[in-house]
Design a protein around this ligand. Structure first.
Ligand SMILES: [Zn+2]
Length: 275
């Protein structure tokens, strides 16, 4: 069950940082809005909180105050400023550990994490660390309870840009995430679902799941988290094996594409210039 607060206009988002609260096994995830399109997350267990990708310290502080929680740890997925901007200030005030990748661009990390690590925070379920390169070279995802915090790797009906590394890196990371149980809740860091569905409709105009998902979106309400099952029908980047998607990517790229990875790269390049 996802508890969603009343419909909000964008200008009200900054007055009310907690947009939604999602109860899960052993914790509750609170959805916070920041900047133009970001989501930051507070995970609550008892009166303790873990912040995930706290790009804006003020947003986190106001939510902690509103919920009466103490910050006990910070998780960082990757080095981009909208994900780490508030981490140093929050960590120094709370004197709490910062878990994140080994990356010189994230100097505030106190506990470096790598693929296969388990982050233990008192009172919380164990948090598994995955290395999911593609958007950035050192990007991590965090798995806890029946959820995954993917940063800018997978988005609602879309995926992140490939800023570092190869298209095959991001393709591999998405394939790995997609192999999780279908009921897995996906927490991504941006509200891009509507724009991504518009692109999906350009790729697969005959796909009824795209229009159905667009109709389910409600202005001012987060479309995140979503469950992985929602993605299989309407996320083109997870449908690279479909004939219709392959045909559209071949048409757009001007090459006859066969391999799913080549389809993925063509789709990602198409999306980069899609208006
Ligand atoms: Zn990013």
């Amino acid at each position: 069950m996802i508890v969603i607060q009343a419909d909000l206009h964008p200008e009200e988002l900054h007055l009310m940082p907690i947009l939604a609260s999602t109860p899960m096994t052993g914790l509750t995830a609170h959805t916070l809005a920041a900047f133009a399109s970001n989501y930051l997350w507070l995970l609550q267990a008892g009166d303790s909180a873990i912040a995930v990708d706290p790009g804006d310290a003020d947003v986190i502080d106001r939510a902690l105050q509103e919920l009466g929680l103490t910050l006990v740890a910070i998780l960082l997925t990757h080095h981009h400023a909208d994900h780490i901007g508030g981490a140093a200030a929050l960590a120094s005030r709370a004197r709490c550990p910062v878990f994140g990748p080994v990356d010189a661009r994230i100097p505030m990390v106190t506990h470096a994490c790598a693929e296969g690590d388990i982050v233990s925070v008192s009172g919380f379920p164990p948090i598994a660390v995955w290395h999911v390169p593609g958007h950035t070279r050192t990007h991590l995802a965090f798995l806890v309870a029946d959820a995954i915090f993917v940063g800018d790797t997978l988005f609602g009906a879309g995926c992140g840009r490939v800023f570092e590394g190869e298209y095959s890196d991001l393709h591999g990371s998405l394939q790995r995430i997609a192999a999780l149980p279908a009921h897995t809740r996906v927490f991504c860091a941006h509200e891009y679902t509507r724009a991504n569905l518009a692109f999906a409709a350009a790729v697969e105009p005959q796909n009824p799941a795209i229009l159905a998902r667009l109709n389910d979106l409600s202005d001012g309400r987060p479309s995140v988290p979503f469950v992985l099952a929602d993605e299989f029908a309407s996320n083109m980047f997870l449908r690279c094996d479909e004939d219709s998607v392959r045909a559209a990517a071949s048409r757009e790229s001007g090459h006859d594409l066969h391999d799913a990875m080549d389809v993925f790269a063509a789709l990602r390049q198409w999306k980069n210039v899609y208006v």
